[in-house]
Write a protein that binds this ligand. Sequence first.
Ligand code: GLU
Length: 398
Amino acid sequence: MKEISRIASAVVASTTLAVDALAKQMKAEGKDVLVFATGEPDFDKPERIKAAAIEAIKSGQTKYTAAAGLPALRKAAADRINADCGLNYAPEEIVVASGAKHSIFAALMALLNPGDEAIIPAPYWVTYTEAVKMCGGVPVIVEAKESASFKITAEQLEAAVTDKTKLLILNNPSNPTGMLYSREELRALADVCVRHDLYVIADEVYYRLVYDNKQFTSFAALGDEVRERTILVNGVSKSYAMTGWRIGFTASPRHLATVMANYLSHSTSAPATMSQYAAIEALSGPQDDVEAMRKVFEERRNVIYRRINAIDGVSCILPDGAFYVMLNIAGLKGKKLGGRVIRDADDFALAFLETSSVATVSCVGFGAPDFVRFSYATSMETIEKGMDRLEAFIRSAE
Ligand code: GLU
């Protein structure tokens, strides 16, 4: 048989989705599994959003839409991010895709030529490196240490630039670290991008989930010379608990929007029409639910942060946003847990799942082998129980 695609064969399956599937299977088998794995809000979505989708189906709004999305959705998305982030996008600069992950693919398809380098700060969301490879690019990792609040500096970025560098992928607030770049920190990174003529894919899907009254700055809001080289990625999954509806969008200069829409027209044609109607309602209806969910996430973050740091042998830093916390397991390396010698986060996550039935995500695939990601997009009861199990598990270390 002939060799199948080398690019596709080199792609590693998504750890987040693999753990999620395993945890769901264990639950279906009747096991008392506590899930801190996938970044998926546990809330049900607001009734008004469900009603909009049902109405779309009932009234026959179920045919193809334009590849870039319904004009009303492109307008709703532009209005929302313009109002929230001080931006000035026209509806024609918005392109809707089947989830923010797909928007990232569209952005990479639009920008990368074979062999182009894409700078990705680590810890990174597991999909970035694989998506870059699938689009013919080469991921270049810049490590952000925990002691630097998991944020890269302008000097680090500058040092990673070569004549092949095409773009930077910046996720703010970050999955998996939860950290938020300040306006000044973004400004310094933007200066490097402008100086070296780099594009920026600014993944801002967690922008509504920021705590301690911190201020979120959208990358594209840093000035015209930054906006013209930025593809901003956003979506409804995290802000409105709409993960399964698969609606993401980009905001970018018009010529890039056209290229992305052309790519989408040959891949999915357009996202599901009823999902688009639901997203219009999500983005343009009353926004109180978003703030209510944000407040609950902040309370959960405070509890998980306090509980982790009360356990000897592990620690975490306080995340500014999103709904993830990074458990530092470096102090456990070489010890035995659940019959397994802990060499990295893969060993820890597996031993914890097998021994204590708690599903977490190892950050080996996120470029951070000493860390395990806990998603606190789960109930306070699960958080308290999970922390009890974590405490007992770590106490059992030999
Ligand atoms: N982005 C979420 C996560 O990191 C959802 C799963 C995925 O698409 O990776 O858990």
